[in-house]
Design a protein around this ligand. Structure first.
Ligand code: ZN
Length: 253
């Protein structure tokens, strides 16, 4: 099984999971054109589509891909995406012959219906957990988003994170403001800078690295709370409040 990024728009990745039979599962096709081009060039067969949430840059390519091949479209039961044929929510699974059985995790916050797909150490997290950061809170509350991130944080440390945007360097630059003395973060920033300049892509990342360097997964730590309190100029009572302040800080940075 191979997972390959198909770049789209300015900084989106449409992930392609390819099995030994040259069949492909496409994740969040915001644009059909680069996907069809990829399938044609590599001589691959579209087998199914996974959708994490309803935003246009994750869904606009679905209809055109369905004209190309009638395949199942897995997606969130509680986000409005009319092309979805198999609506899913937590405790259900996405099952497609020839591919791993994905567990569904409800992760509201960025959108209310946002779901993640997890199987065999692979996590498709859409716009909720990014390498070095997290998505904006458009529909849910900060508390919802934080509890969604904690669910993803509880997956095995060796899990590979396939998120939908190349935001890593900007995220880590912000993380250094929150946590300037985190050695793992300083080392990661340097490593990612080198990786991106050589390959143009920083993904996938590993969940254990996120837990050591992503401030949004580290709100329980007293020095992060202190940093958030200095920014907010007030005492913060809970981890979720620390999270909300850091998210707001990132929005304004
Ligand atoms: Zn989105």
């Amino acid at each position: 099984m191979q997972i390959v990024p198909i770049p789209a728009f300015k900084d989106n990745y449409i992930w392609a999971m390819i099995n030994d039979a040259q069949q492909v599962l496409i994740v969040d096709p915001g644009d059909a054109v680069p996907v069809i081009q990829f399938l044609t060039q590599q001589n691959l067969k579209l087998a199914g589509i996974l959708i994490t949430h309803h935003h246009w840059d994750h869904t606009n390519g679905i209809s055109e891909l369905l004209q190309h091949a009638k395949v199942p479209v897995f997606g969130p039961a509680h986000d409005p995406v009319p092309e979805i044929t198999i609506p899913l929510s937590e405790n259900q699974q996405a099952q497609l012959s020839g591919f791993p059985l994905f567990s569904i995790i409800d992760i509201p916050g960025h959108t209310l219906g946002h779901i993640a797909y997890y199987a065999d150490g692979v996590l498709f997290a859409g716009d909720t957990l990014f390498a070095g950061g997290c998505g904006r809170i458009f529909e849910g509350t900060a508390a919802q988003m934080y509890s969604s991130l904690l669910k993803l944080k509880s997956l095995p440390g060796e899990t590979k994170l396939y998120c939908a945007h190349e935001y890593t360097l900007a995220n880590l630059r912000f993380a250094l403001h929150v946590e300037p003395k985190n050695d793992a973060l300083i080392r990661r920033y340097e490593a990612v800078e080198k990786l991106v300049s050589q390959t143009g892509i920083s993904l996938p990342s590993q969940l254990s690295d996120e837990i050591q360097t992503n401030p949004f997964l580290r709100c329980q730590l007293s020095h992060i709370k202190h940093s958030a309190e200095l920014y907010a100029r007030q005492a913060l009572k809970s981890e979720a409040e620390v999270f909300a302040v850091i998210r707001e800080w990132k929005n304004k940075s």
